[in-house]
Design a protein around this ligand. Structure first.
Ligand code: NDP
Length: 282
């Protein structure tokens, strides 16, 4: 598996397997199937409530720990952030049945994420998190964190797919030593991604599916990618992307699909506003 080298020298597989929205009782089976299909990088989070099932799958698989790259994420913590971050980390590794993780991310820039980052730096120095990073950090938040702390995040995991490509942001991050990682590479199928004409035509030219074209496009851009599937045929399809190459013209056609719009977040999303109103104004 091709890897990227993170800013502290750690090698991370460029393609992994995500388990967001996989029920706890489905997760062990899905991760076991993914490991059998050849995935070695697994992306979970405390907030997905399936770390224990990921851990059970790792144990059942018999894959040596050093061959795996396990990412989990810190969910928002109450004050004091530093102590609570260490406690949350310990809960996560205990559920995963591991002594250390390969990558520990702040899931969202919420709460005292400075305090959280100081605790993450400590976990990194202690060797309990081989690399530390962030997720969903906007450019100003990321640069602010870099300027005012010791350890530069190894990764920023952000919404990245053909409709929101983050090309300039990737360049900025690269200059700072931060690896871009895509979440939602297929935009979870939103905006007609799987039937998009441009992606379908490119797929047809290579005898590959739209999903494979999207993943290959990310890999050729040096974007780390972690597609999710609970379907073993799709898991196999999603890892079978190292035997073809998109041409410059094809990369250009896909670049043309960028609109910049999030397929997930509307800052005045009516459901979110209603949900928060019910809690804040009650
Ligand atoms: P994806 O963009 O990976 O889309 C997953 C969807 O695509 C599922 O419905 C899946 O269905 C379907 N699918 C997968 N492969 C194929 C295929 N080859 N052909 C057709 N359909 C396919 O969405 P995710 O949101 O899951 O993103 C991937 C990972 O990123 C997550 O699992 C998680 O680890 C991470 N993430 C992180 C976030 C963050 O805030 N940091 C936010 C969101 C995701 P099926 O399972 O039935 O195959």
């Amino acid at each position: 598996m091709r890897t990227v080298t993170l800013n502290n020298g750690i090698e991370m597989p460029i393609l992994g397997f995500g388990v967001f929205q996989v029920d706890n009782d489905q997760t062990q089976k899905a991760v076991e199937a993914a490991l059998a299909a050849g995935y070695r990088s697994i992306d979970t989070a405390a907030a997905y409530a399936n770390e224990a099932a990921v851990g059970a799958a790792i144990e059942a698989s018999g894959v040596p720990r050093e061959d795996l790259f396990i990412t989990t994420k810190l969910w928002v913590q109450d004050q004091p952030a530093e102590a609570n971050t260490i406690r949350a980390f310990e809960e996560s590794v205990s559920k995963l049945g591991l002594d250390y993780v390969d990558l520990y991310l702040i899931h969202q820039p919420f709460g005292d994420y400075y305090g959280q980052w100081r605790a993450m730096e400590k976990l990194n120095r202690d060797g309990r998190a081989r690399a530390i990073g962030v997720s969903n950090f906007a450019a100003d938040q990321l640069i602010d964190l870099i300027i005012n702390n010791d350890i530069v995040p190894a990764v920023n995991q952000i919404e990245t797919h053909p409709f929101r490509q983050n090309v300039d942001y990737q360049e900025l991050m690269k200059g700072e030593g931060v690896q871009i990682e895509s979440w939602g590479p297929f935009a979870e199928g939103k905006n007609g991604l799987f039937t998009n004409d441009v992606l379908s035509a490119i797929g047809d030219a290579h005898g590959k599916s739209v999903a494979q074209v999207v993943l290959r496009w990310m890999i050729q851009r040096d974007v780390v990618v972690i597609p999710k599937s609970v379907n073993p045929d799709r898991m196999a399809q999603n890892i079978d992307v190292f035997d073809f190459e998109l041409t410059d013209d094809e990369m250009g056609l896909i670049a043309g699909l960028h609109t910049g719009e999030s397929q997930f977040f509307d800052h005045a999303d009516p459901d979110m506003v209603r949900w928060l109103s019910a809690r804040r104004l009650a």
